[in-house]
Design a protein around this ligand. Structure first.
Ligand SMILES: O=C(O)c1ccccc1NCC(=O)[C@H](O)[C@H](O)COP(=O)(O)O
Length: 261
């Protein structure tokens, strides 16, 4: 199954990272200036959700989407179109991303940058912080309780914010107990790839007040964006739809403008 292969490949990558990164790198990461806060970006205008616009060259479910994308240029356009944050896929094999994309984006935008990858070990957090990430994605389905807590704690030590993603209701108590900064509800089934916006609608009311919530995946139109807005999320993460539009700026604008709950 693709997820097992992906995790296996990640584990090999992590062995390399453990050889390349040492205590000195962690010390360097600890001295970096504060990140740009996703929490602040999402909560500054409570009247509407913030758009987290994604740079997504390819995906396991769709194959190539825009493999030749210019990440920095696209991210600048997203920002000009009103996005509150940019998500950058850095996973190489199935998403055709790379860490260099994140660095390039971070240098060109003023909004928070999320690293979307499969993070399993603390060394990837050091790598993320040094590469310029403001926020990292953790996926509840891939991490046991102990690992989840230790990764959230280490991310916070390093000054990073954490977006913790759940796919089903059973993951919620464990995810909330780990005290992430933002909770993501992913509408895409990790195993079948089917997206269903009803997942956000079902899980959103089960999240207590006080933590910003993002609805992720499967938004393919303004109608879908409005539907998630009505579900009272604080942010909406959109990848494929934006990547397929000729003008990322206009596409971001058309999603965010005039969308009210
Ligand atoms: O996009 C996929 O095919 C995918 C498959 C398996 C695990 C994760 C996957 N995507 C990561 C994401 O969470 C999405 O890129 C993100 O939420 C945006 O989704 P979309 O707007 O549907 O492109």
């Amino acid at each position: 199954m693709y997820l097992d292969r992906l995790v296996e490949a990640k584990r090999e990558e992590i062995q390399g990272l453990k050889r390349d990164y040492g205590d000195g790198d962690r010390e360097r990461a600890l001295r970096l200036p504060p990140v740009k806060s996703l929490v602040s970006a999402l909560t500054s205008d409570p009247s509407r959700p913030g758009l987290i616009a994604e740079v997504k060259p390819a995906s396991p479910s769709k194959g190539d989407i825009r493999p030749d994308v210019n990440p920095a240029e696209t991210a600048r356009e997203y920002e000009a179109g009103g996005a509150s944050a940019v998500s950058v896929l850095t996973e190489r094999t199935l998403f055709k991303g790379k860490l260099a994309n994140l660095k390039q984006v971070q240098e060109r935008v003023g909004i928070p940058v999320l690293r979307k990858d499969f993070i399993l070990e603390p060394v990837q957090l050091v790598e993320s912080r040094l590469a310029g990430a403001d926020v990292v994605l953790l996926i509840a389905a891939l991490l046991n309780e102990k690992k989840l807590h230790s990764l959230v704690e280490e991310a916070h030590w390093l000054g990073l914010e954490v977006l913790l993603e759940v796919h089903e209701e059973s993951e919620l108590p464990r995810a909330l107990a780990a005290k992430p900064d933002v909770l993501g509800i992913n509408n895409r089934n990790l195993h079948t790839f089917v997206t269903d916006l009803a997942v956000t609608e079902r899980l959103r009311p089960r999240v207590p007040a006080g933590i910003p919530v993002i609805g992720e995946s499967g938004v393919l139109s303004r109608k879908d964006y409005k539907r998630l807005t009505r579900a009272k999320v604080d942010g909406i993460l959109v990848g494929e739809y934006l990547m397929r539009q000729s003008s990322p700026r206009k596409a971001a604008e058309s999603l965010t403008t005039g969308v009210r709950a």
